[in-house]
Design a protein. Sequence first.
Length: 366
Amino acid sequence: MKITALREDLLKPLQIVGSVVERRQQSPILANTLLSVVGNQLTLTGTDLEVEMVAKAEVQCDEDGDITLPARKLMDLCKTLPEGARITIQIEDERAVIRSGRSRFTLSLLPAAEYPNIEPIDDALTIKLTQGQLKQLFDQTQFAMAQQDVRYYLNGLMLEIAATTVTCVATDGHRLAHCAVAVDTGIPETRQIIIPRKGVIELSRLLENKDELLELQVSQNHIRVVLPEVIFTSKLIDGKFPDYQQVIPKDPDKQLVVSRETLLQAFNRISVLSNEKFRGMRLQLETNLIRASVNNPEQEEAEEEIEVQYDSEGFEIGFNIGYFMDALSVIKTEEVSVELTDSNHSCLVKGLNDDSSKYVIMPMRL
């Protein structure tokens, strides 16, 4: 079996499937990439048993067949070759000999029959939406996912598919991010799934902000996203996500409106002197003014006064400044609305006159 391809045709799919291959594997076969050739199409597969990535490349080949090669080594070899280099991979004596120009490399093989496949998706719910829509849902919410929380269902992103909307929600118990896009799915019953953190990160890397349609398939245990040149599959987290509707404040009676960039820059400056562990920030609200202050164990302090539109009663409230900055960083509108009730209740942050994304931040006791 002899495969011939240009460096660029091999490198991109190798980088895509190689991203899910862990450096330290329990099983040696999982450090490999599966290469399957049918005709002149090469299919590359990488998996860590939780996430599977399949990418395709056009090659020349003298016979159909399957082999597995070390994923990182093959990718790194392709990277080091010059642009436009022609690469041949030939199987000789149960080893793969890779040649390009005057370069020659020999890699060990493992049997393709041992390569694990994520079980096929049966009875899948299938919907179509654009890459841009799915990318928006992920970009606006994934930062609020928990990390290694004992409540395992929070270590991922909840995707809710309804008849006319697709919604993403992430929470770590201290804040919540919510984003919805209008999609005519036509499904009669709302469906919720939880995509694990690694799956969210890997899929985000693949998505581009364009109007090209993708196919999203959801089964009992898996999600699959079919893109023009890549098929992404991930296991789902088996658990029940909290009722996020209960967390979003319904009718806060106080609202301040301020330039997003002004607020973000002010918070960015004072965050330099915040407590690195607790990140606490005190907000004092007065008519058309907020005073934001932080301090740290070294007795250092920072304070900013920011002009805002606010005409309710003055009060004081504490927040994690990092959570606030994360939300402000992804909001798209020039002005933001911060809606509050009192110092004991969560605040709601969103773009002014834009309900597509909402961010809930719990108060801190300072």
